[in-house]
Design a protein. Structure first.
Ligand SMILES: [Ca+2]
Ligand SMILES: [Ca+2]
Ligand SMILES: [Ca+2]
Length: 341
């Protein structure tokens, strides 16, 4: 019996086992980071600031996409069935015309998501960083000012439109919500930056009787004003530019030019209601909405795959389903397991 040799072998064996365990640990860590939806922020090309140009002017010629450098891509985690998910847009905008967005048809035939003929509330969750949404445009109340921020929700119609149009953008990190009724426009500006890498709940409301507008961030009223009057829904059967009869998420719908950049960031739980949901400050929602009689469109973005964005509202005349138009570099939108709750 040689106790010295046996002890040495034991140490060697422990060292080998330790190294193997460390390898398994590192592999598991990498896997769990991906499974948790952690994504590396893609490098984005800086967007040159372009002076205000109203889309109500002559239609802008089609912009030829500019090839951009290939950023490092992070593999998209594959969500498991049944889990909560969000969408991650990459702000490709005119570099990927018609892509990196969700298109929700609101006419042909008319759909319940076409609000504006009565009161409405539109609310959603978002998470973004300023470095990806920083074209230098600062929000101001004048007219269609919102259209020069990074567009998050676009219910524009080309030109002044009939009856009108509206949308939401991110301007120097603050929310801009604007409405135009064909003859005058107004934009509300948020008072705090929401481009801080945290999830925020955004709610905008419009009262049909007098055009009054409200903007809430995380349940706090940040802006309100008496906006343009009248019906701002999409007139049934109207003909116009190809993207007019759509509600578009995550991009400027017409690809009208670099002056109208698109949103880069996450979105979850979009609800559109045909009533004014909020009469004052409120506690932001702690989970997904359940449809009720005033819910005209509800998107959980929880689909496991495919390109359909399901409207879960159950509203009469619906559903107002959307379609993911995937493309760009990085390619978006992608489904993510990064969610607000
Ligand atoms: Ca969700
Ligand atoms: Ca317009
Ligand atoms: Ca309509």
């Amino acid at each position: 019996m040689n106790r010295g040799i046996a002890w040495t072998d034991w140490v060697r064996w422990l060292a080998a086992a330790g190294a193997a365990l460390l390898g398994v640990h590192l592999a598991l860590s990498a896997w769990s980071a991906q499974a948790a939806g952690v994504e590396v922020t893609p490098t984005q090309l800086p967007r040159a600031f372009t002076p205000l140009v109203r889309r109500d002017a002559t239609p802008t010629p089609t912009v030829t996409p500019t090839p951009s450098a290939t950023p490092t891509k992070t593999p998209t985690p594959t969500p498991s069935p049944g889990s909560n998910r969000s969408l991650r847009f990459y702000g490709n905008g005119v570099n990927a015309p018609g892509k990196d967005r969700v298109e929700i048809r609101i006419d042909g035939p008319a759909r319940p998501a076409d609000v504006g003929a009565g009161d409405f509330t539109l609310e959603f969750w978002m998470k973004a960083v300023l470095s990806e949404n920083n074209n230098g445009h600062t929000c101001s109340a004048a007219g269609d000012n919102w259209i020069n921020g990074h567009i998050v929700v676009d219910r524009d119609v080309y030109g002044k439109g009939d009856y009108g149009d509206y949308g939401i953008s991110l301007a120097s990190g603050r929310i801009a919500f604007g409405v135009h009724n064909g003859s005058s426009g107004l934009t509300l500006c948020g008072t705090t930056s929401v481009a801080d890498g945290q999830w925020h709940h955004i709610a905008v409301q419009r009262r049909r009787s007098d055009g009054y507008l409200w903007l809430f961030v995380d349940g706090q009223l940040q802006a309100q004003a008496d906006g343009p009057n009248g019906d701002i829904s999409y007139r049934d059967g109207r003909s116009g530019q190809p993207k007019d009869p759509f509600l578009v998420l995550g991009a400027e719908k017409h690809d009208a030019g670099a002056a109208y950049p698109s949103y880069s960031g996450f979105m979850d739980e979009l609800r559109i209601s045909n009533v004014l949901r909020y009469t004052g400050n409120f506690t932001r929602p702690a989970g997904p909405f359940a449809p009720d009689a005033n819910t005209v469109a509800l998107y959980h973005f929880d689909e496991a795959g495919g390109t359909t964005i399901t409207d879960s509202s159950g509203a009469t005349g619906g559903p107002s389903n959307g379609v993911m138009q995937v493309g760009g570099n990085p390619s978006g939108p992608v489904r993510s397991t990064d969610t607000p709750w």
